[in-house]
Design a protein around this ligand. Structure first.
Ligand SMILES: [Fe+2]
Length: 372
């Protein structure tokens, strides 16, 4: 559909907790709201509508959008936000249809991870299921860094190219995303739960926990120049995982949950060579907590730039992984500057998942993975 001139790309409807956060990067200051049914939701801070954010965010309850199956974004370009009688242009309304996940099998998930800013090829690979895609997973290092807002926009452009604002998304953070001048503001551009980049989410009958490993080397590594404190962040995340387990009845044991997924850019059960061999006891604790309490069906990862179905105790499992782990992403830049992007499609069925590794050029492999 035609793109409104104020939007950099179509919006991303991101699942966070029991809400969707509708995120859209914008070309100019504007007031943005979403009309859904007879309700209107705003991008605001304690009642003050936000006009200056480079990425606009409107949080809506999943139930409301799932029932309405469409949302209308109302944009008013800000001309002069003076203290009295601010001036805006006339409102422009843009309506998107929305496809909530209502199926309980043959659910098509497409994962793009490690695109490192390669947009067109990632979109082409990511359109593997065409209109039948049910959930888009942007699983970290989708942009090459957070060196500018424009660089960060890659994640939204790829989601837009695959789902065009119609399909639920889940967006996680990769280690490269913590780098650059805009990284400290990343939470304001990305889906988050009260500012946190780790959270649980629902999409139809899927329950997921998004785990964020943060950076991939020790905090004191010279690459970071004192800008990173991920050990502290991970300790806080351990407490979050424990809280989710304490709240199991309202989380993964909720009556309408059929599939339990772990989403993590970094397949943290794998121990990589130094200096990437960080946090071994802490990551082992995460594996144990998830495995023994949540009993996930699948864990979906990227980071290693490989295509693998990691079995328990296999080459990618040194810590007792929570469940069978799908690692699927790669990007290759040719000498002539062209790129090949490889991602992963996962179709959830009753007792198994069909996994496809494909690039923008070809299908590289198809596998069936049985759930435990
Ligand atoms: Fe990575």
């Amino acid at each position: 559909m035609k793109l409104y001139e104020g939007f950099v790309c179509h919006p991303s409807v991101c699942a966070v907790g029991k809400d969707y956060q509708i995120l859209v990067p914008v070309n100019f200051d504007m007031l943005l709201s979403a009309k859904i049914g007879d309700r209107e939701f705003f991008n605001h801070s304690n009642g003050i509508r936000i006009s200056s954010s480079e990425v606009q965010r409107i949080t809506v309850p999943q139930k409301v959008l799932d029932e309405a199956k469409s949302y209308t974004l109302v944009a008013r370009k800000m001309v002069d936000r003076k203290p009295y009688f601010p001036v805006t242009e006339e409102a422009v309304e843009i309506t998107y249809s929305f496809k909530p996940l209502e199926k309980t099998e043959k659910i098509n998930i497409y994962q793009v991870a490690d695109a490192h800013g390669v947009i067109d090829e990632s979109v082409k690979a990511g359109r593997y299921y065409g209109e039948d895609v049910d959930l888009i997973l942007l699983n970290g290092d989708v942009m090459d860094s957070s060196s500018s807002v424009e660089v960060i926009e890659a994640i939204f452009k790829i989601a837009s190219g695959i789902g065009e604002g119609h399909v639920p998304c889940v967006m996680s953070r990769g280690n490269h995303d913590l780098r650059g001048i805009c990284a400290e503001r990343l939470a304001s551009f990305m889906p988050n739960y009260n500012g946190k980049s780790y959270y649980t989410f629902r999409v139809g009958c899927i329950w997921g926990i998004l785990i964020d490993c943060g950076e991939d080397k020790p905090d004191a590594n010279n690459d970071y120049g004192h800008t990173i404190c991920c050990h502290q962040f991970r300790l806080e995340e351990t407490e979050f995982i424990k809280e989710v387990i304490e709240n199991a009845k309202d989380e993964y044991e909720a009556p309408d949950v059929k599939y339990r997924l772990v989403i993590s850019h970094n397949p943290f059960a794998h121990t990589i060579r130094p200096p990437f061999d960080i946090e071994q006891p802490l990551f082992a604790e995460w594996c144990k907590l998830l495995k023994e309490n949540i009993h996930p069906d699948l864990m979906l990862c990227g980071h290693l730039h490989c295509l693998s179905i990691s079995e328990d105790g296999g080459p990618y499992d040194q810590k007792g992984q929570p469940c069978i782990t799908l690692i699927g992403s790669n990007v290759k830049i040719n000498d002539d500057g062209t790129a090949v992007y490889t991602g992963m499609g996962v179709t959830l069925n009753d007792k198994d998942a069909k996994v496809v590794f494909n690039s923008n050029e070809e299908v590289l492999g198809e596998h069936t993975v049985k759930f435990r």
